[in-house]
Design a protein around this ligand. Structure first.
Ligand SMILES: NC(=O)c1ccc[n+]([C@@H]2O[C@H](COP(=O)([O-])OP(=O)(O)OC[C@H]3O[C@@H](n4cnc5c(N)ncnc54)[C@H](O)[C@@H]3O)[C@@H](O)[C@H]2O)c1
Length: 437
């Protein structure tokens, strides 16, 4: 039976490499759609959780894992790739210390695939990357298998659009961009993803699909930078940026609200634009807009700390040195535990460099996980909410506005509150001690 037929009858065996925020929901969604799926990961602790029937990602419930029992298994032994008809790569694409694309996870994974791949297999890359990666980087590595890409094996790109914490849009319901390297690969990509998610949108080639993803993220980065800059401007004029955005957002066309904050967070927006700027340098085209957005967004944590210093100076006469600060919300966005690139860590670092001592309160993050940067904060534990009142904090800094935080209790401390998320005003609470920053 051809791969296309095996996909349509759900007899195709699917392998998902990298069972993180992207790979695990995809593996479960494909298994729910009726495919047999094997997940591959190098992180044994993740697989131990799966052995125990426990999900480690908020978008996947334990009940989802139970629902696909018998259709979803997992392994650290990549020899199992030999049996896979469709292999999806969902490994990280971070930046190096020099803030350049680090494709090492993708290239190493592709080398492992090349050792085990069988004829007729479709390989799909989902990791976000610069336009041209699939064709220029993956094709030659896969060709070392002795099988010819485009003839014996097929290659495509389909960007992930996960939105951690979004209850409305899930892997299955988010329209999925697909492209193949060549007609046949494109057809196979369309068939496979069409069997897994509700809506598939085919674009002409893999570089276009890669560019779609990067464009979506740059769009967010630039718009967030714009409202961050407007916040600083309006602040000087005594105008509240959140009131402005709420007003503008009533326009039914031509406007989309973005909100200011203490800096950028998450896996995508602080990182992905650099994939394009790096690539653009090879073509000698400037990327001024993207870099300007990066500059403005990177300056936001400094702005927040400067304002907090001024406010403390007025309140206590001694600024940040020796101050005791309660940092509220450390995850990068509300109502999730995701800590990747969280601006709260930068705030914590800047505060400690300025001589403050910092404790954090976050109902979603009881303990700080290992992070690529900020290793010094690893395993620090959140303060017990019951201990906050007696801890003698000089100020409260709200970095992330989780819904389950008791904001009234924070106001009852009677200390200055710096609110970077408009959390207090949105709840119509007393604003005497609160400064929106
Ligand atoms: N998380 C998101 O919201 C999101 C959204 C869109 C795109 N993406 C992109 O998807 C890709 C994956 O991101 P993620 O958030 O799922 O990352 P993640 O860190 O949550 O997961 C990656 C997984 O890959 C595993 N891994 C690393 N090296 C491996 C190897 N050699 N072989 C097998 N497994 C390996 C890790 O152990 C981890 O479990 C990235 O390129 C990211 O930019 C992520």
């Amino acid at each position: 039976m051809s791969l296309k037929n095996r996909i349509s009858t759900k007899d195709a065996q699917v392998g998902v490499i990298g069972l993180g925020y992207v790979g695990l929901p995809l593996a479960v969604t494909a298994a729910k759609a009726g495919f047999n799926v094997t997940g591959f990961d190098v992180d044994k602790s993740k697989l131990e959780h799966l052995d125990a029937g426990q999900s480690y990602i908020e978008a996947v419930q334990d009940t989802d894992l139970a629902a696909v029992a018998g259709h979803f298994d997992w392994s650290t032994d990549f020899a199992g790739l030999k049996a896979c008809d469709v292999i999806v790569i969902c490994v990280p694409t971070p930046l190096t210390r020099q803030r350049e694309p680090d494709l090492s996870y993708v290239t190493k994974t592709t080398e492992v695939i090349a050792q085990h791949i069988s004829p007729g297999t479709l390989v799909a890359l989902e990791s976000t990357t610069w336009p041209g990666t699939t064709k220029e980087v993956l094709t030659p590595i896969l060709a070392t298998s002795g099988l010819e890409p485009g003839k014996d094996i097929f290659l495509g790109f389909s960007p992930e659009r996960e939105d951690p914490g979004n209850a409305t849009y899930r892997t299955k319901t988010i329209p999925k961009i697909v492209a193949g390297d060549g007609e046949e690969a494109g057809d196979l990509m369309e068939s496979f993803y069409g069997a897994v998610v509700e809506t598939v949108v085919r674009v002409p080639d893999t570089a276009t699909a890669e560019a779609v993803k990067i464009t979506e993220n740059i769009f967010r980065s630039v718009n967030i930078a714009l409202v961050n800059e407007l916040k600083l401007i309006y602040d000087k004029m005594g105008i509240d940026i959140w009131d402005v955005i709420d007003g503008a957002a009533t326009k039914p066309f031509g406007y989309m609200p973005f909100y200011p904050g203490p800096g950028l967070g998450g896996h995508c927006i602080p990182i992905d634009p650099f994939y394009l700027t790096w690539r653009a340098r090879q073509f000698e085209v400037p990327t001024r807009f993207i870099e300007l957005a990066g500059e403005i967004n990177t300056a936001m944590p400094h702005h927040v700390i400067d304002r907090l210093r001024e406010i403390l100076d007025q309140a206590t006469g001694r600024g940040l040195n020796g101050a005791k600060i309660l940092l509220v919300g450390v995850a990068y966005k509300k109502n999730v535990s995701d800590m990747r690139e969280s601006p709260a860590m930068r705030l914590m670092q800047l505060l400690e460099e300025a001589g403050s001592s910092v404790e954090f309160l976050d109902p979603h993050v009881p303990e700080l996980p290992p992070m690529r940067e900020y290793g010094q904060f690893r395993a620090r534990r959140a303060i017990d909410p019951n201990a906050v009142a007696s801890a003698g904090f000089d100020a409260v800094l709200i970095a992330t506005d989780h819904d389950t935080i008791d904001y009234e209790a924070l106001l009852n401390l009677g200390r200055p509150v710096v609110d970077t998320r408009n959390a207090i005003a949105r709840r119509a609470l007393a604003m005497e001690n609160v400064t929106k920053v």
